[in-house]
Design a protein around this ligand. Structure first.
Ligand SMILES: [Fe+2]
Ligand SMILES: [Fe+2]
Length: 356
């Protein structure tokens, strides 16, 4: 059997009720670059905004459909609970906490998760976000060359009951942070965490379908009755950044996620190129997934399928990338449409609420 190993996340797509509000939050407050302003190619009367690092590197991308009239989504089995963004270390994390709080965003943490340190908040639609430190990493409680071998019980000082919530809440950077300094830069997706009610089948999925490996078996550190498993691109030495998918294991029959605003719509993983994507598609079909035909998303090619839990998963090619129809120095500055929608530009632009 051909064995495919994704390099990690390509992008995560979420649902927003208001494109302008989403721009203000992700571009102006979090400092991500708007690397493409386009429409949802399947529903061209609605926006699709792409944020990421200044080049739109796969693994740094958060994208949003604007669905102004959609109901609020809900996390649950087959959905994403939160998306974590990476930063360098704990001082920088306190700067982010200060900046967010000064802009009226409620922030919890920093919580010492052992493998990294985390703060949590929500975007204006209610999507849960985390900002996590790069380290210290998964090798703190088992050898770097043998991760994920056995269940690791977190230190009780990190769990509710023993941890000092009032001390944690008081941790904050002492000065206001009106500007995002270079040290605060968000490096990309740190991890994505969802829910399943079948961890065994999830393990089968992430290892056999995507080629990830388990790198930690632990407990949800906010709810220690719940198992928490982590998979990533791991070669037995190194866990690749922007490749870590994690799941909380809920009891069988737990409620499913519901699509809508403030929820993740799908998670996309990287394929190197179109040839790899095609053979990957065959592999997925051979192990029982119903996979769409290859769709031309202009900046990459995509295939889609659903996991056993109902999560919509995409495999997207690394290229050609966002400089395909805009200069690399001015990404996101104009409304870009693929060739097949250009004839409808006037009608599409008239229907969209303008953003600045
Ligand atoms: Fe997390
Ligand atoms: Fe996508």
């Amino acid at each position: 059997m051909t064995h495919f190993v994704t390099e990690g996340f390509h992008h995560v797509t979420m649902v927003s009720a208001d494109a302008q509000r989403t721009l203000n939050f992700y571009r102006d407050l979090l400092g991500l670059s708007l690397v493409k302003k386009t429409v949802n190619f399947d529903v061209p009367e609605t926006y699709h905004l792409y944020f990421g690092d200044s080049t739109g590197r796969p693994g740094s991308l958060l994208t949003f459909f604007e669905w102004p009239h959609a109901a609020r989504g809900r996390y649950g089995v087959g959905g994403v609970h939160h998306v974590a963004l990476g930063i360098s270390g704990e001082t920088v994390q306190l700067k982010w906490k200060r900046r967010l709080k000064d802009h009226g965003v409620r922030v919890s943490g920093p919580y010492d998760r052992g493998y990294f340190c985390s703060i949590y908040f929500t975007d204006p639609d209610g999507q849960v976000l985390e900002i996590a430190t790069e380290g210290p990493g998964f090798a703190i409680d088992e050898p770097a060359e043998a991760l994920g071998q056995e269940l690791k019980i977190p230190d009780s000082k990190r769990l509710p009951g023993e941890r000092d919530e009032s001390w944690i809440a008081a941790q904050i950077y002492p000065q206001p942070v009106p500007e995002i300094t270079p040290d605060m830069e968000i490096s990309g997706i740190h991890h994505v965490t969802g829910h399943t009610d079948d961890l065994d089948q999830s393990h089968e999925f992430y290892t056999v379908a995507l080629g990830l490996r388990i790198v930690k078996k632990s407990l949800n550190q906010d709810d220690e009755k719940t198992l928490h498993y982590f998979w990533a691109n791991y070669d037995g030495q190194r866990v690749l950044p922007s490749s870590d998918m994690t799941l909380f294991g809920w009891p069988e029959g737990s409620p499913n996620a519901r699509e809508g605003t403030g929820q993740t719509h799908h998670v996309a993983y990287r394929a190197r190129d179109e040839a790899e994507q095609l053979t990957w598609r065959e592999h997925l079909e051979s192990i029982g997934f119903r996979v769409t035909d290859v769709k031309d998303r202009k900046y990459f090619k995509s295939i889609y399928f659903r996991t056993h839990d109902g999560m919509l998963v995409e495999i997207a090619t690394d290229g050609p990338g966002f400089a395909d129809d805009e200069d690399a120095s001015s990404l996101g500055s104009a409304l870009c449409l693929p060739e097949w929608l250009e004839p409808r530009r006037d009608e599409i632009e008239t229907g969209l609420r303008p953003t600045v």
